[in-house]
Unconditional design. Structure first.
Length: 636
């Protein structure tokens, strides 16, 4: 018998398998079961039109046999089998494995991930075996053949005795090593767990003889003797066969969905919502998605990995397919089962797969409309959901240059001055006062701190509602939106805030002009921290406030400068110290300016410090500030 050489690519792949240090070697079982299942499918479909097949639909099965002594694991199917030529062709060549192409292009990269994510079909058997034999008899053939290989050196094919149609793959499991306990692949519990994990939804039964111990009933008079056990062997079906997502919706209870979710996606709480859809047409797939009630502990860290499980005809091909979810919906858990994807598709090919893109697109729409529905018919649940994941949605608005803002803007909620409750942008605009053409917002650490901002008073006085932005990302998202429903957003601390009427405005302008020297003197004492000083008509009771000119607010300055790497490149908001024109301090400043320039400088610094504190930032020079206050108190 001649030993044949593997085709060169196959040999490389085989080497990779044999020497694999990959930690999830267990996926070999999934691969072999999938092959067996495909073979069963082929013969099953043939049996529908060809009586010669002679196998009843229910008799198609996959058997697993374990033999600890012989160290063998057999995967047996009564599917279509392979002829001598097919054994040679299919197992001697690596046909079309996308993962292999990927590997070649990225030779220097770690192969570890590639193996785990996609499987490399039949060859993965060599990760756990030092010899593999495949005995097969093709349907309609009069002879059976045995393919055998102990690795990269080559393989042999010889006739063998196998009366039934189908295939027996025998793995000679490697000896246990220090690093790897191969013995586990001979353990019935482990194998049964692996079938459940990866192949539960294969539509043919996967059966295995299971041996358990049963206590032997004691004879009379023997009550005190040590208990005795006997082995009981039964044939068990290891897989449940029908995937939950393939069942009709009305056959599934809420509890079944919840249990499935908790078990599969490791949550202790029921999901907030379930989306179960089946789509046929351009892309044929079923999807079962869950919106969790709470964020996983690592959700807002970079360890978190988004993605849906991806199945191809009931076989898990990828545990976290990130391409199926946009970042802003990364909280969604679930799975997609598609008829159109090949089992051995590589990540690289997957990214370019138009089917997958199509699926991702329709799923995105479904998720969005489910969230909108939840907001509408279960506001409390939505608000809880938003507390957990709202930040992600706001990042979504801001990221990618605002590309997704239209998708996301109606899902946002903010607290506001109207009630201490969440309001959506739509609700805000709908209840805007007549004549109001701007959406007002204010930023701060908490609602309470925002309410203390002097600028809020005047806006509220006019009867306008203010959105309270308390998270770092908020103002960036709002700026990205720019407007909503044709209404512009404005920060109440922006110098463009304009609540005064024309007459008042004119009067103020004159006053500001007249006091130019006073303001210049004040600015000089305060220094570069501010761009200018002026009177304002928008403050109610407070003497001073800080507003910002240009695009960057004081809040944004804080956020940007706290980001990693910001130390060398500090952002500076352009600040204006505004003085309440109607406050007694306005007049006082004018008198002091005329009498005592030095004193004016001190007043200016004190007022600036006060404005800083009330805006939620720190006093630039606390020691100097404390001295000035003491001096003032002593002289009073
Ligand atoms: P893939 O399954 O992606 O084609 P594999 O390397 O797993 O790649 O298998 C190669 C081929 O060998 C299969 O396409 C199939 O034609 C054949 N094959 C493998 N296992 C079996 C089996 N149990 N019965 C019949 N044919 C099989």
């Amino acid at each position: 018998m001649r030993t044949k050489q593997f085709k060169s690519e196959s040999k490389k792949l085989m080497d990779m398998m044999i020497n694999s240090i990959y930690t999830h070697k267990e996926i070999f079982l999934r691969e072999l079961i999938s092959n067996a299942s495909d073979a069963l499918d082929k013969l099953y479909f043939r049996s529908l039109t060809d009586n010669a097949v002679g196998i009843a639909p229910d008799d198609f099965e996959i058997r697993i046999e374990l033999d600890k002594e012989a160290r063998t694991l057999k995967i047996i199917d009564n599917g279509c089998g392979m002829t001598e030529d097919e054994l040679d062709q299919n197992l001697g060549t690596i046909a079309k494995s996308g993962s292999f192409t990927f590997k070649q292009e990225n030779e220097k990269q770690d192969n570890v991930d590639i193996i785990g994510q996609f499987g490399v079909g039949f060859y993965s058997a060599f990760m756990v075996s030092d010899k593999v034999t495949v005995e097969s008899r093709a349907f309609g053939a009069d002879e059976a053949f045995c393919w055998e290989s102990s690795g990269a050196s080559g393989y042999t094919i010889s006739p063998c005795d196998k009366p039934e149609v189908g295939t027996v793959v025998t793995l000679h499991i490697k000896e246990k090593t220090e690093d790897e306990n191969y013995d586990e692949y001979l353990d019935q519990y482990r194998i049964s767990a692996l079938v459940k994990k990866y192949s539960d939804y294969i539509r043919h039964p996967i059966r295995m003889e299971f041996t358990t111990k049963e206590p032997v009933e004691k004879k009379e008079g023997d009550e005190n003797a040590a208990p005795e056990y006997r082995d009981v062997t039964e044939l068990r079906t290891l897989n449940s066969m029908i995937p939950l997502w393939k069942k009709a919706k009305n056959e599934i209870t809420e509890e079944e969905y919840a249990n499935f979710y908790k078990e599969k996606f490791y949550d202790y709480e029921n999901p907030a919502r379930v989306i179960h859809t089946k789509t046929e047409g351009q892309a044929t797939y079923s999807a079962l998605l869950f919106l969790p009630k709470h964020a996983p502990f690592d959700y807002y860290t970079k360890e978190f990995e988004k993605g849906l499980q991806l199945y191809s005809k009931g076989v898990l091909i990828m545990d976290k397919c990130g391409d199926l979810l946009p970042d802003y919906f990364s909280f969604v858990k679930g799975l997609v089962d598609s008829e159109d994807l090949s089992l051995n598709i590589s990540r690289e090919m997957l990214q370019h797969d138009s089917q997958l893109k199509l699926i991702a697109k329709t799923l995105e729409k479904k998720i969005k409309s489910e969230l909108e529905k939840m907001m509408k018919d279960d506001r409390e649940a939505y608000e809880n959901f938003f507390k957990a994941f709202g930040m992600q949605l706001k990042f979504g608005v801001y990221n990618d240059y605002g590309m997704h803002k239209d998708t996301l803007q109606d899902l946002l909620l903010f607290h506001s001055s109207a009630e201490k409750k969440y309001v959506s942008l739509k609700e805000y605009v709908e209840r805007m006062k007549e004549g109001q053409d701007t959406i007002y917002y204010a930023c701060g650490e908490t609602d309470e701190k925002i309410e203390m901002l002097p600028q809020c008073d005047a806006v509220k006085d006019k009867g306008f509602e203010i959105l309270y932005l308390t998270e770092n990302v908020d103002e960036f998202a709002i700026k990205m939106l720019g407007e909503y429903g044709g209404k512009k957003f404005i920060n109440v601390c922006d110098d463009k805030l304009d609540l005064t009427d024309e007459e008042e405005k004119k009067a103020l302008e004159e006053k500001n002009k007249a006091c130019k020297d006073l303001f210049d003197a004040m600015k000089e004492s305060i220094g570069d921290q501010i761009g200018s000083v002026r009177f304002t008509g928008t403050l109610k009771n407070h003497p001073v406030c800080i507003t910002s000119e240009g695009g960057i607010s004081l809040e944004m300055e804080k956020v940007l400068n706290s980001m990693p790497g910001a130390a060398e490149n500090k952002v500076k908001a352009q600040l204006v110290l505004e003085i309440n024109a109607n406050h007694p301090i306005a007049e006082k400043l004018q008198t002091v300016f005329e009498k005592d320039r030095e004193q004016l400088g001190k007043y200016a610094k004190l007022l600036y410090a006060e404005a800083c504190l009330i805006s939620g930032t720190t006093v630039p020079d606390p020691a100097e500030h404390s001295e000035l206050v003491c001096e003032l108190l002593t002289n009073a």
